[in-house]
Design a protein around this ligand. Structure first.
Ligand SMILES: Cc1ncc(COP(=O)(O)O)c(C=O)c1O
Length: 398
């Protein structure tokens, strides 16, 4: 689908996705891959064992089931290879470990997923890697000013977690590459159906498959997809760390991918509908949704992304934590929970006090909403009850 028509259907990539990663002819016509469980894989003779000259050698190193999922993701991302890891957070930590060494400097967007920051500020710091955070609003020029001779990794996430700041991904990557740094991007929000980072110069595209690919809130998994020059180091590190995923989990994510295009289309339209309605409410100071023309990063989103998923935030019009609590406690359909990308709607108050540079909204508490697959009109009534509860606290504080 063309980048200039964000609301057009997602046929081309979804058709590819439906048939990616598995060849029924190789599996007696079965349209889905088999679940191969196993640590041990036998060799026919000593010479084959010595040379490891066969496609599968040991469960950790790959099975046909894991390969089906890896290939499907490669097809969507346009990558040379994909590794699977047991969580989205591991899909952040493994590539950082693969490409950073003691004495290196890492520059990350200041609105990265919180646990990404914790990994950088604890494990990487202990290993002698310094991480600095960059306000995404400073753009590629801001990045250029902060690059050092030892900056080895530039870590991007767009839109940013909780506050959804957008960046010009290609411009950031070209600055990073001018100085010889590796670029990584957490692409979980958009999925490769709405954004393909490698086409914009990103070297490693990261996903929490836990979210939309799994889609049913019953699985944790992550993936890292690399362009040709980076897959070997990435896979060698994965194997050195002894990390892979179970075939049963991989099968579930593979199955989830088949319905991801229709689920995402529903998440997208319900979220946009509710975001527009929320903009009209006096209890809401601002809606942070990249596909709203009123949003600061709208033009960047429209130029680069071909759709929007179902996660966005609202900034309440004052009232502090009591208003946030009143809003959350009044909800009956929205659950209070952390993960997202599943079938069910969720809400939480975003904690933004770990930001070093990026401005957190000042008007009031930030509530992150994951719009699930329930009837949007029911969700609207639920949010209305939340806003009315917040309003009683907001007016008491005026
Ligand atoms: C943007 C982003 N990246 C990565 C993750 C981590 O995923 P997981 O929960 O599978 O570790 C999350 C989880 O919320 C996330 O929001």
């Amino acid at each position: 689908m063309s980048k200039s028509t964000p609301s057009a259907p997602i046929y081309d990539s979804s058709t590819r996705l439906l048939h990616a990663g598995h060849e029924p002819k190789e599996f007696h016509g079965f349209v889905n891959p088999a679940v191969f469980r196993g640590s041990t894989i036998l060799f026919p003779n000593a010479a084959a064992m010595r040379s490891r000259d066969q496609r599968y050698t040991y469960g950790l190193r790959g099975t046909p089931t894991l390969e089906s999922l890896e290939r499907a993701i490669d097809e969507m991302e346009g990558s040379a290879g994909t590794i699977l890891v047991p969580s989205g957070l591991a899909a952040v930590s493994v590539p950082l470990l693969a490409f950073l060494s003691s004495g290196d400097h890492c520059l990350a967007i200041d609105s990265v997923y919180g646990p990404t920051r914790v990994f950088c500020d604890t494990v990487l710091k202990r290993l002698g890697v310094e991480t600095e955070y960059l306000d995404p609003h400073l753009g590629a020029d801001g990045l250029r000013a902060r690059m050092r001779d030892n900056t080895r990794v530039v870590f991007l996430e767009a839109p940013g977690s909780n506050t959804f700041e957008m960046i010009d991904v290609a411009a950031f990557c070209s600055v990073a590459h001018e100085r010889g740094a590796v670029t990584m991007m957490d692409n979980t929000w958009a999925t490769p159906l709405f954004f393909r980072p490698l086409e914009h110069g990103v070297d490693l595209s990261i996903h929490a498959l836990t979210k939309y690919p799994g889609g049913h809130s019953d699985i944790l998994m992550g993936s890292v997809s690399a362009s040709a020059g980076f897959i070997k180091t990435l896979r060698d590190t994965q194997m050195a760390l002894g990390i892979n995923v179970s075939p049963d989990d991989a099968y579930l994510v593979y199955r989830g991918l088949k319905t991801m295009p229709v689920r995402l289309a529903a998440h997208q339209s319900a979220a946009l509908h509710l975001a527009q309605w929320l903009e009209s409410r006096s209890e809401v100071a601002r809606v942070l949704h990249p596909a709203l023309p009123s949003f600061e990063g709208f033009d960047l989103w429209k130029r680069q992304f071909s759709g929007a998923s179902g996660l966005f935030s609202i900034v309440l019009n004052g009232g502090g934590t009591p208003a946030a609590d009143a809003f959350l406690d009044a909800l009956r359909i929205f659950g209070l929970g952390y993960s997202w990308g599943g079938f069910e709607s969720l809400a939480l108050e975003s904690q933004l006090n770990d930001r070093r540079e990026a401005r957190a909204p000042a008007e009031g508490p930030v509530i992150r909403l994951q719009i699930g697959l329930e009837d949007p009109e029911d969700l609207m009534r639920d949010l209305e009850a939340g806003l009315e509860a917040a309003a009683s606290v907001q007016s008491a504080g005026r």
